[in-house]
Design a protein around this ligand. Structure first.
Ligand SMILES: Nc1ncnc2c1ncn2[C@@H]1O[C@H](COP(=O)(O)OP(=O)(O)OP(=O)(O)O)[C@@H](O)[C@H]1O
Ligand SMILES: [Mg+2]
Length: 287
């Protein structure tokens, strides 16, 4: 989709980052505090950027602003160099194949009375893809996310939580997007299912230039998937950098607290982190 009727403010798509967020501010109430307060970051093509922060720090608000689901108070959002901050409904429709989302609870967005193949092919139907091609592509993405042949004819209640998250991923990938915003996409899953879905997300991007904005409150899952991380607190960027660097040498007390609170598979390590976390919390409350 290269012929978007959007203002191209930053040169051509080939040289711009995949996504650029500039000085983003979002206020839910005119007089209230900013839920997102002067946040800037970029995502390169093929890059996974982790966005972490405690509950209420503004992660979902940023994801929704990028997806056009939340009006922006000020600042800019550029997708492949095009300013999409105030994209019209028509512009958003033409973007929807390139910029997609996976949320925490796919069950709520799946119609219980429709086979899941319908939900997966919906974005292609909107884009005018012919029936036979849609059916072929649905089978292809179901296979790519590890669901059995014939799954397209089954109903949402016939799948486990982990399988439903795979369905949501299939629906995001069916249009061959450039960027997928994953908001707490594995947070509701138990640790072993979480690991499987994280591996799936990693497999799906390998050898492609698919980018992810990977939103999580859990530093451990971000560590697994993201090359770079942005740490938020109360709507502001606390620090950012290569994930391993930030984790090895967290500059902010707040980042240390986040890391200590992350669930890890090793119970001893978990106990150590919990203890560290309690000590830190007691030393200087973050919320
Ligand atoms: N629809 C809304 N109306 C008013 N305030 C809102 C709304 N949605 C979120 N907020 C506020 O904006 C701030 C950021 O919320 P947001 O949902 O972006 O946080 P989050 O980092 O995604 O948290 P969590 O980890 O719990 O999902 C919070 O103070 C929240 O109370
Ligand atoms: Mg959230």
């Amino acid at each position: 989709m290269t012929d978007l009727p959007l203002v191209n403010t930053d040169g051509d798509a080939a040289t711009s980052p995949l996504l650029e967020v500039r000085n983003l501010v979002v206020r839910y109430n005119k007089k209230g505090p900013a839920a997102v307060d002067d946040v800037s970051f970029t995502i390169a093509r093929g890059e996974t950027l982790g966005l972490v922060g405690e509950s209420g720090s503004g992660k979902t608000t940023i994801g929704r602003a990028i997806l056009g689901l939340q009006p922006v108070t000020s600042g800019q959002i550029l997708f492949e160099g095009r300013d999409i901050t105030k994209a019209s409904a028509a512009d958003r429709r033409s973007l929807q194949g390139d910029l997609r989302a996976v949320f925490q609870d796919p069950f709520s967005s799946l119609n219980p009375r429709r086979p899941i193949g319908d939900a997966i092919s919906e974005p292609m139907r909107v884009a005018g893809v012919a029936r036979a091609e849609r059916d072929r592509r649905v089978k292809e993405v179901l296979d790519a996310v590890g669901l059995a042949p014939g799954s397209e004819a089954r109903y949402p209640r016939q799948f486990s939580g982990g399988q439903r998250q795979r369905i949501a991923i299939a629906r995001a990938l069916v249009t061959d997007p450039r960027l997928v915003v994953c908001d707490e996409a594995v947070s509701a899953l138990d640790l072993s299912t979480q690991a499987q879905v994280l591996n799936l997300l990693a497999d799906l991007r390998s050898g492609t230039d698919l980018g992810y904005l990977f939103i999580a409150h859990d530093m451990a899952v971000v560590e697994f998937l993201a090359q770079r991380v942005v740490v938020l607190n109360r709507g502001r960027v606390m620090e950012e950098g290569p994930t391993l660097e930030v984790m090895r040498n967290p500059r902010h007390h707040y980042t240390q607290v986040l890391m200590a609170a992350s669930p890890v598979p090793d119970p001893d390590e978990q106990a150590r982190r919990r203890e560290a976390w309690q000590t830190l919390k007691a030393a200087a409350p973050v919320a």
